[in-house]
Design a protein around this ligand. Structure first.
Ligand SMILES: [Zn+2]
Length: 636
């Protein structure tokens, strides 16, 4: 009796052990990535996945965090072969989920070996589907080169990754390194969630700058570029980026990373975007981003925006976007907070840290407000509809944006959260601000990455704790209802007014030069590229009334080959007489002259000071940790 009982207890323990090995507690998955062929646009990967005999489903990541859409680059997954104990296994794609592969693991096998290639994109696309490599560098997102087995909690599966790089290349990543010898790097075991959240940049021209020397946690900026010259950063810029780290930590009061790594890729050939992660951000910009002041003036808030996401988007995440795997669709409705607030804070942080001048900060808001106020699509769809349909709008072409609307929750988020900021300041007689909400809602306690989901109700409740107000009504009206006009209350409360001037503002002039376009949106009703192609025509403007549409190409103005200067001169001159402006336009194979009976002169958005109200905009962008900086802010 005694012996038997012992035996059965042993059996129970053994069965529990067996059950446990089927899940995340099993031996880690080995992932070996060979990037030595990256310069010819292909990566090779091998996985050793411990499994049990029987039916098995392996997934390729589909919904990539931060991309807000099912953008896993499945078309570039190639050469997929599976085997067990050296014998090939047949796999079949699930017709209901093209990112799922089904197979049978034979008796006696305890692992499946997978080998796959990833075709690095060579054109088009963005994020995971964007161009990520050149002859001199590679941006590696681990989700592109791995599969994971179906389990209850796939994000917790342990992976041990290794990477082989081209000879002489250096790298930067937030993923902790266990060993490195020559061109081979071995990483510490990490859960799938951390691995996918920790991209790596590598290349021949590479440098790392410590932005908070001697402090814990460390804040590093790793830069990889297509040339050695592009890595140059002035001491002033280093100071501004260091200041950025201090300002963000002062704003939130705590952090959710072990160390923070800005990954900055500078190349004219890769896709340009930023993608947020808990402990790093993947920032991709033009090659001269650091060496040409105009290039950075055009996009000063990229790094500030992506770092804000470590708190808003990664640590605090809308419940509908905190999915348990990479197959379940993300519900994007609260992007007006996740992206909208982050976009606003990114601009505020850029100004507070000195990456953007106060004048440019105001001009940015003028351009944003004017563009949104002229967006005719406001008459048929709410801002909330652009968030719910974000996965479509990220992929929409730019032509037709005025009528379709785009991912407007970014720029309109700037206006709405600016207004919320001014309301808190007014309601509390200047005692509180949106900064307090940020610290309260997104700050928490310092520690390693974790996700704390939130709902719309949580946002309303937290705002009410900072400053009692009808916040639900505020968001309902601005986000969930149709609004023919842009929300300008924040600009007005802030002591400024949206106005139009006939002088081309300095920031717009720089943008036009950098992006090679001419913007006459608020006079004739269109902007056009350097080759004359009209990108979009604003409904209700002289251009639309004259039947001009997108994809047409301007050839001549008043009988003479067009240039930006003579087009502007024609608009200016028409303001002083009654003759129409004549535009010769190419539409496919046909040419036609259009008469624009417009005499309003040049019009560019600007902010005008309203001296009846205090300048809250200046208050908002005043640094929390003015230079010379104290070190306390980064030490929490
Ligand atoms: Zn963002």
């Amino acid at each position: 009796m005694e012996t038997q009982r012992k035996w059965s207890r042993w059996l129970v323990a053994f069965n529990l052990l067996l059950a446990a090995t089927a899940f995340a507690g099993a031996a880690p998955i080995q992932l070996d990535v060979d990037a030595t062929d990256a310069t010819r646009s292909i990566l090779h990967a091998k996985l050793h996945i411990p499994v049990q005999p029987g039916p098995l489903t392996l997934f390729y990541p589909k919904w990539i965090p931060g991309e807000h859409m099912p953008s896993g680059p499945i078309n570039d997954l190639t050469g997929l072969e599976m085997s067990a104990n050296g014998r090939p296994l047949n796999w079949q794609r699930d017709p209901d989920n093209l990112y799922a592969f089904r197979l049978d693991v034979p008796a006696g096998a305890d692992a499946v070996d997978v080998s796959l290639d990833f075709l690095l994109p060579t054109g088009g696309g963005s994020y995971s589907t964007g161009v990520s490599s050149t002859a001199k560098l590679l941006d590696l997102s681990w989700n592109e080169v791995l599969l994971y087995p179906q389990t209850a909690e796939p994000l917790k599966l342990q992976y041990v990754a290794t990477l082989r790089l081209p000879e002489g290349w250096q790298y930067g990543t937030a993923l902790p390194v266990a060993s490195a010898s020559g061109a081979r790097v071995g990483f510490s075991p990490a859960p799938l969630e951390t691995l996918v959240d920790s991209p790596l940049i590598a290349g021949e021209f590479f440098r790392t700058i410590d932005l908070t020397p001697g402090e814990q946690p460390a804040h590093l900026i790793h830069i990889v570029a297509d040339s050695a010259a592009a890595l140059e950063m002035t001491p002033g810029d280093i100071r501004h980026f260091s200041q950025l780290v201090k300002e963000e930590n002062a704003l939130f009061g705590a952090h959710h990373y072990r160390d923070y790594h800005f990954l900055l890729t500078l190349s004219d050939r890769v896709s340009h975007f930023g993608l947020e992660h808990h402990e790093s951000s993947d920032n991709r910009q033009v090659e001269n981003y650091l060496t040409d002041a105009g290039a950075r003036q055009t996009m000063p808030d990229l790094l500030p925006h992506e770092m804000v996401h470590s708190w808003n988007g990664k640590y605090r995440r809308p419940a509908g976007m905190a999915t348990p795997d990479y197959q379940q669709p993300m519900l994007d409705e609260l992007l007006w907070d996740y992206e909208g607030l982050t976009d606003y804070l990114g601009k505020v942080m850029a100004a507070r840290s000195g990456l953007q001048t106060n004048e440019d900060f105001r001009e940015t808001f003028a351009l944003t407000a004017a563009a949104l106020d002229h967006r005719a699509g406001r008459s048929w769809r709410s801002l909330a509809d652009t968030t719910v349909a974000a996965q479509l709008l990220y992929l929409a072409p730019s032509s037709g944006t005025a009528w379709r609307r785009g991912t407007d929750f970014y720029p309109e988020g700037d206006l709405i959260w600016l207004e919320a900021d001014t309301i808190i300041r007014q309601q509390s007689q200047g005692q509180r601000s949106l900064d307090d909400f940020c610290k309260e809602f997104y700050g928490g306690e310092s520690g390693p990455p974790r996700v704390v989901p939130y709902t719309y109700d949580d946002v309303v409740k937290a705002l009410n704790e900072i400053a009692p107000y009808d916040w639900r009504g505020f968001f309902q009206q601005r986000i969930y209802e149709i609004n023919p006009h842009a929300p300008l209350g924040g600009i007005n409360n802030g002591g400024w007014r949206l106005a139009y001037t006939n002088e081309l503002p300095a920031l717009l002039k720089t943008r036009e030069g950098q992006r090679k376009y001419t913007d006459l949106s608020f006079s004739l009703g269109f902007s056009l590229g350097s080759d004359g192609s009209i990108s979009d025509v604003l409904p209700g403007t002289p251009a639309e009334q004259a039947d001009i549409g997108p994809a047409m190409k301007l050839v001549a103005v008043n009988g003479r080959a067009w240039t930006a200067d003579n087009l502007r001169a024609a608009v200016k001159s028409a303001a002083t007489n009654s003759a129409p402006i004549e535009l010769l336009i190419e539409n496919g194979d046909y040419f036609k002259t259009y008469q624009l009976d417009y005499h309003g002169g040049e019009k560019y958005p600007c902010l005008e000071r309203d001296t009846n109200r205090p300048d809250l905009l200046a208050e908002i962008i005043r640094p929390l940790t003015p230079e010379p900086a104290t070190n306390s802010a980064a030490k929490n």
